[in-house]
Design a protein around this ligand. Structure first.
Ligand SMILES: *Cc1c(COP(=O)(O)O)cnc(C)c1O
Length: 390
């Protein structure tokens, strides 16, 4: 099993995660709870070791996108409250109750169906009401003429039997765009609408939600008035994105590969499928076992670089399924077997994302199951997650 670790692997620095968690806690202050979004296998970082660490550090809540993701955490003895942000079929309410998982309620119909199932199951389902204040995805629609209906519907949902109504939340569309005045205005509008809606519901219902939350990464970084009772960051915890650096957070994932073969080619030689790269001098080309099946973006062919111990090596030729080539002509010290960083500590994931014309979320989520995750704590390997299941 050891051998697979020396192909291409992702080092997950749990010390960096601890640092990021503590930094974010200090940033928002003691009275704000911390919900860590660990959906999509913690954005590709490995949800189980990370959630375990968050629990150990004293986080308050976790969030995932589906019941399967929640079940995986419970099966691995994670006891923190878990909120499912997305869709769960009503016939799974019994499972939610048995596993002590909190469900987002996003429509009047879902509210009724969940309530009926909870009553049938003879239990109480913990719920958070989801308000749509302008993301136009899921949630009770609150904007404009829908306001009064939303207040009536959410109040009615709060009064349904079989519910333990704990929270209310919304999600921002552009809270991470401080340089665009219309985005700042839109976020302010969403925030005001969120507050007005839950206040009207609370007045009708005669009770208050225990947890009001709306701060994703952008709002956690930039909008203190949105922190309310709990922040709900995803990306920021992993030290990715433009705000991570500004807040002094550290990248958690470093993706590494190995120089497997080095070959010398004559001028005029073409490299890889499509012959998109042609040597204009004698070149020394390294093959690294990292391709699009590992999560690399083929669109980065001939456009990115990887970091060797002696400096950056340009990637040359089409990126293949299982490998690609890097130009080592100007790095004569690099030898077969050397480690190469794809992104992480020395090449920021933001740089790779910008080159691929996407966001860092997509880059870390794309690191495929074939790439083992190696978890490091206090400088030592403490856990491994391999694709191979024997
Ligand atoms: C994914 C998600 C988050 C986290 O978003 P980031 O931008 O990664 O901080 C928060 N809330 C909801 C509802 C989400 O779906």
């Amino acid at each position: 099993m050891e051998s697979t670790l020396k192909r291409t692997w992702a080092e997950i620095d749990l010390d960096a995660l601890e640092h990021n968690y503590r930094t974010l806690r200090a940033h928002v202050g003691e009275n704000v709870k911390f919900l860590g979004v660990v959906k999509a296998d913690a954005y590709g970082h490995g949800a189980i070791p990370y959630s375990r660490l968050l629990e150990e550090l004293g986080a308050d809540y976790l969030a995932v996108s589906s019941l399967d993701e929640a079940m995986e955490l419970r099966a691995n003895e994670i006891h923190l409250p878990i909120l499912i942000l997305g869709y769960t079929p009503a016939d799974q309410v019994g499972n939610l109750i048995d596993l002590h998982v909190t469900q987002a309620v996003t429509t009047p119909e879902a509210a009724k169906a969940y309530s009926a199932e909870a009553v049938r199951h003879g239990g109480t389902l913990k719920v958070h009401m989801k308000l749509d204040t302008g993301m136009s995805r899921v949630g009770f629609l609150c904007q404009g003429d829908h306001f009064a209906q939303a207040v009536a519907d959410v109040t009615e949902a709060c009064r349904l039997p079989g519910f333990d109504v704990e929270g209310v939340f919304t999600h921002f569309a552009v809270s991470d765009e401080p340089d665009k005045p219309e985005s700042v205005e839109y976020t302010r509008h969403q925030l005001d609408l969120f507050r007005r809606t839950f206040e009207a519901v609370e007045a009708n219902w005669g009770r208050k939600f225990a947890i009001h939350h709306c701060s994703n990464t952008g709002a956690t970084a930039l909008w203190p008035e949105a922190w309310m009772d709990m922040i709900r960051p995803g990306l920021l915890q992993y030290g990715c994105g433009e705000f991570a650096g500004q807040l002094g957070l550290k990248p958690v994932m470093t993706l590494k590969t190995t120089v497997s073969i080095i070959k010398n080619y004559d001028p005029g030689t073409t490299v890889s499928y499509g012959r998109t790269f042609k040597a204009d001098r004698p070149i020394r080309m390294g093959v690294v076992p990292y391709g699009y099946a590992d999560g690399f973006f083929r669109s980065l062919s001939n456009r990115c670089r990887m970091m060797t111990d002696y400096g950056p090596a340009p990637q040359c030729g089409r990126i293949c399924m299982d490998m690609c080539m890097i130009d080592l002509t100007d790095l004569p010290e690099v030898k077969e077997g050397d480690e190469v960083e794809i992104f992480g500590n020395r090449i920021s994931v933001n740089e790779v994302a910008a080159l691929a014309n996407t966001i860092s979320y997509e880059i870390t989520c794309a690191v495929s199951k074939r790439v083992p995750r190696v978890f490091i704590r206090h400088g030592k390997v403490v856990d491994r997650e391999l694709m191979l299941r024997f």
